[in-house]
Design a binder for this molecule. Sequence first.
Ligand code: ADP
Length: 393
Amino acid sequence: MKILSVNAGSSSLKFQMYEMPDEEVLISGVFERIGMEGSFYTIKLNGEKKEKKVELPDHKKAFELLVSELMENKIVDTLDDIVGIGHRIVQGGSYFDRSVVASDDVIQKIDELSSLAPLHNPAAITGIKAAQAVIPEALQAVVFDTAFHQTIPEENYLYALPYEWEKEYKIRRYGAHGTSHKYVSLKMNEILDRQDTKLITCHIGNGASISAILNGKCINTSMGLTPNAGLIMGTRCGDIDATIVPYMMDVLKINSKEMDTILNKKSGLLGISGISSDSRDIEAGIKEGNKRCELAEKMYVRRIVDYIAKYYVELEGCDAIVFTAGVGENSVPIRRKVVEALSVLGVKLDEEKNNIRGSIQKISTSDSSIKVYVIPTDEELMIARDTFELINS
Ligand code: ADP
């Protein structure tokens, strides 16, 4: 059975087609600069990548071209072969604790939540509608970044703000990267061959979050109402004293939009180092003796360690710490520094095993008190799995 996994942004459309239940990737690609000048798409098939410049006035055109590619490359014979399409949705609010079929009511709720994810939810709806128009017979499923975090208890998802704000304005912790935290935690439990586990999963990419997972259920996560909470990220500040915001708005005489741009796009590794949001550039800067890069990485690592320590206490122990996403899967020095800072808990790194990028590996020693793993994430596969399950349910 062929299933498409789709991630629609405001000007992009990423896709991956799977043969399910084998979980084999048949073709993948991305349409970029939709609705803009210079649009194009890239397709990856049989290990080869090709790029085509085309006009992409809207997402519907992208789906039409996608269908032609699928047919030309003999991935499908007819539209009926595309049985399901799973769409990634950033914000599901308190409405969705699992993936569901994209009914009119569901789409309306996703739309209602747009104020909490103004860049993402409207784009995802555009993607669903375009897919429905071009491939009407396929089951359209929606998979939420927030759903896995809906098991977080009230004391962890509420902010100490006026109590009514949660009901009236939906102000609470929703978290993000849920699909990734779920994927790596399932994989970790599979490796440990147990379900009754205490896991701390670290999704550290350009955006970054850490979750505490007890017996397969998320009990806390570092992102909040929006992704700008918790860890220091590429360009986001993460946790700060909230009162800095109105204070600096007055000092700089800037409005909320300008402040939001500073907090989300000009802070984090970029804000401290002054050179880059990319951990590779920070590492290169450190090698050249750049003190601000050194400081940025110190702060970045400190915050990760703080969250792991906090969740260790909250979980009352930990069976395994998992690193995933761009930095977690690839940065040997950041993983080393995090694990070294946890030595007080008896966590021990195997230096040689830590010297890997992008593959599953245990990186702790056999006498480490907590196992530490690198597990590459696969959000697209989770979307395909959930869609497959909805088709069969
Ligand atoms: P996103 O949040 O955009 O999905 P990713 O998970 O793809 O981000 O992570 C991208 C980040 O991963 C880059 O900004 C960079 O900091 C980091 N990264 C990627 N490759 C490496 C590498 N080889 N070494 C260190 N960091 C890396």
